[in-house]
Design a protein around this ligand. Sequence first.
Ligand SMILES: Nc1ncnc2c1ncn2[C@@H]1O[C@H](COP(=O)(O)OP(=O)(O)OP(=O)(O)O)[C@@H](O)[C@H]1O
Ligand SMILES: [Mg+2]
Length: 373
Amino acid sequence: MASETVAESPLSRYRALLAEGALQPDTAQRAAVEKLELLHIRLKSYRPGNRRSVWGLFGFGHRGEAEIEERTGLYIFGGVGRGKSMLMDLFFTSAPIEPKRRVHFHAFMQEVHRGLDAARAQDADDPIDIVANEVARSATLLCFDELQITDIADAMIVGRLFEKLFQRGVVMVTTSNRPPSDLYKDGLQRERFMPFIDLISDHLDVHQLDGPTDFRLARMQSFTVYHTPLGPEADSAMDAAWTTLVGPGGGKPLRLRVGTRELIVPRHRIGNGRATFEELCARPLGPADYLALVDVVRTLFLDHIPRLSRTNNNEAKRFVTLIDTLYEAKTHLICSAAAAPDELYLEGEGAFEFERTASRLNEMQSDGWRVRE
Ligand SMILES: Nc1ncnc2c1ncn2[C@@H]1O[C@H](COP(=O)(O)OP(=O)(O)OP(=O)(O)O)[C@@H](O)[C@H]1O
Ligand SMILES: [Mg+2]
């Protein structure tokens, strides 16, 4: 979905970020980056029609040669804040293969269900087959962030769906907090789900990333996330937090495809995005843009939220949609604003609905939200 201008390799980008001080060394991450690097190299000559494994040349894993030949990707799991999503981003942005797609697993499954409904409405013989064809056409590389299965409707179809995707040569890289064997744990009719676990272990290289440091905890606890009132003090606090998160150097514009349009996040680096209120809420953007944004930006820096009222009602409505989208995607928000959340929107159409937004803004400042567990 997103592409940055730099297209190096995961290892070279990781090294550069370490050298600049944007990342701290972590042995567990290094091992994961090496696997991503090998996958990157292999993808350069990968063709989906050619079902030889992307790992085949490297002889990874402890399994027999025949099984290794089937592997078409990587499954990275581990505790929160260990850097799984960050590493997947490094891999994805430089992955030398098209079409490629990085998507939150939950959003992907919603799309799958919509596709299945449409196929059923047309009396298709095998709706999953139709959806698998569509998905495989839209992405030879699929990167799923936060794979988790909690819903029986998902549990009942992922096995057949993924089997068909693997058959079509789709390469997958996914992150999860759980090993495959713990997915859909204690779920209803789990026996019908078990083939999915075997499928994942057979087709993906399962890699545990569990270094000693929860980097999110370390970073988020160290600063204030809601700066008010607006002014030089708020600006320099925002700049200091931005530098703490992205390191020196500032970040580059990130272009996101949204349907046929493009959304530009003015500054982006390793999952951190920065924009002003005006850039995100005073332009004709809508829910699809914000969904595209939260797919890649895990921490959003939003500068200069003004007071809202009847006079800037459209901006206020977009701001409500933006906050809802950030909230639902569990994105972190660091912002500067003209007033405290409860005082941002005192009168005008929508002031009542704004109460929920204010409450969410308050919750997003709490420690529990900031470390997300
Ligand atoms: N080596 C590192 N040095 C400094 N910061 C890091 C390092 N690795 C990751 N981070 C930062 O720590 C935060 C958490 O990383 P990330 O979101 O990738 O974790 P995660 O493993 O995906 O967590 P979760 O399971 O909650 O999704 C991010 O802000 C990321 O940029
Ligand atoms: Mg993550």
